[in-house]
Write a protein that binds this ligand. Structure first.
Ligand code: FDA
Length: 318
């Protein structure tokens, strides 16, 4: 109960434009920024991806910050920044996903504009992957429940045209069992997360234990025989030891070898665990955000566990 209240408060804080302006301009919050955010621009983002790969064998998912954007100039800036990342990746042999939120690329202004931007980004990514031996994909992040249908429809449209695209699904939503079954039938690439949002009991699991139990059921489906037969690619994105152990057990029991599935974690959260898994031969990716607009993202990370209250307090008192 307290954990949900904490998370809702942090989500509200993340959505406040006024708080964002104050916090991003303040030196006192730099510690928070440095914990969760990689770098200022696309060159530094790609350099961080290369460093993670060389030093620890960790792949990256690069995310240019800026969400829930309803200003056309900012949409253009987001798209330009993401295209710059993809161009820079074309000169590397890395395996990098480029993550994108629908509301970054114009969905709030005009869903068709977002579709056109995603088309362009997915085509750029295919061209980058064709240019060098790197492996890249456009990963569609999942935001609040109001954009789930549209995000899935866009993913399916890109996948139907053979573009390198992947989809995030959230275990806190009751509908996800059906959405995942449809993606397994398609042989898609799906990243499963618990969900960084709070929903009503009519459509969402509201207790942490229930979200976790649903995550286990969804992992079972991701590593089931149908998923393997269809060429489905599971991405288990969590820092939860028990879920990671469960996924590894399922993978072993059902004959999935490392490299046919992967784990993904966030920069600044349990990195020693990510390195240990990679050292044991698992394929592991880190979500690496970069860019100016870091407060909403960081404060949502703080909201993920009430234990982070201390981290927030420390950053605010300097
Ligand atoms: P849980 O919150 O139970 O954490 C397990 C343990 O990890 C905690 O006990 C704690 O030790 C540690 N931990 C977790 N979060 C921490 C933090 N922020 N700071 C410090 N320690 C922390 N959500 C969404 O709605 N849409 C999306 O597109 C994505 N995308 C995404 C990509 C990737 C790669 C990840 C890992 C996560 C997301 N998420 C997301 C966020 C996700 O929904 C969820 O909110 C967080 O991953 C936290 O849930 P865990 O499964 O890690 O478990």
């Amino acid at each position: 109960m307290f954990a949900r209240l904490w998370q809702s408060s942090m989500i509200a804080l993340a959505r406040s434009g006024r708080v964002t302006r104050v916090m991003q301009g303040s030196r006192a919050t730099a510690g928070l920024r440095d914990r969760y955010i990689a770098a200022g621009d696309h060159t530094a983002g790609v350099a961080r991806a290369a460093a993670l790969w060389r030093a620890h064998g960790l792949r990256a998912s690069l995310f240019y910050l800026g969400e829930y954007v309803d200003d056309p100039a900012l949409v253009d800036e987001n798209v330009a920044a993401k295209r710059a990342v993809v161009r820079a990746l074309g000169a590397t042999d890395l395996d990098v996903h480029v993550s994108v939120d629908m509301t970054q690329v114009g969905h709030l202004l005009d869903p068709d504009l977002a579709r056109r931007h995603l088309d362009t980004l997915a085509a750029d990514i295919r061209a980058a992957a064709d240019a060098r031996p790197g492996v890249h994909a456009l990963m569609l992040d999942m935001e609040d429940v109001s954009v789930v249908d549209a995000t899935i429809a866009l993913h399916d449209g890109l996948a139907d045209r053979g573009l390198p695209v992947a989809l995030t699904l959230q275990a806190y939503l009751k509908r996800t069992a059906a959405d995942l079954a449809a993606q397994i039938r398609r042989g898609a690439r799906v990243r499963l997360v618990k969900g960084a949002f709070v929903g009503a009991p009519s459509y969402a699991y509201t207790r942490r234990a229930d979200v976790k139990a649903n995550s286990r059921r969804l992992i079972d489906a991701m590593f089931g025989p149908e998923a393997r037969d269809r060429g489905f690619y599971p991405i288990v994105a969590t820092h939860d030891d028990r879920l990671i152990a469960h996924a590894r057990e399922r993978a072993r029991a059902d004959g999935w070898v490392p490299g046919t599935y992967e784990f993904e974690m966030l920069l600044g959260v349990r990195e020693p665990l990510a390195r240990a898994l990679a050292a044991e031969g698992e394929r592991v990716r880190l979500y690496v955000p970069f860019g100016r607009d870091w407060w909403p993202y960081s404060v949502r990370r703080i909201g993920e566990t009430p234990a982070n209250a201390l981290l927030l307090a420390r950053s605010l008192v300097g």
